[in-house]
Design a protein. Sequence first.
Length: 76
Amino acid sequence: MSFISDRITINPKQCGGRPCIRGMRIRVSDVLDLFAAGLSSEQILEDMPDLEADDLKAALQYAARNFDHPVLPVAA
């Protein structure tokens, strides 16, 4: 978890409090959207030279950890 906390920052005064990469205005969701659009890590790093490979890994780990929870059905 310390790997994520070294790379992912949350500041209420930046990007509406959404998780960002190392205090930059690059949101975790921006990185995830690029992966979802089919870009490779290499393409993302080429398009966004301020990012590092470990930033991409941290964004994926952050997303995986934040979406790994049970969804319980609502009783009718």
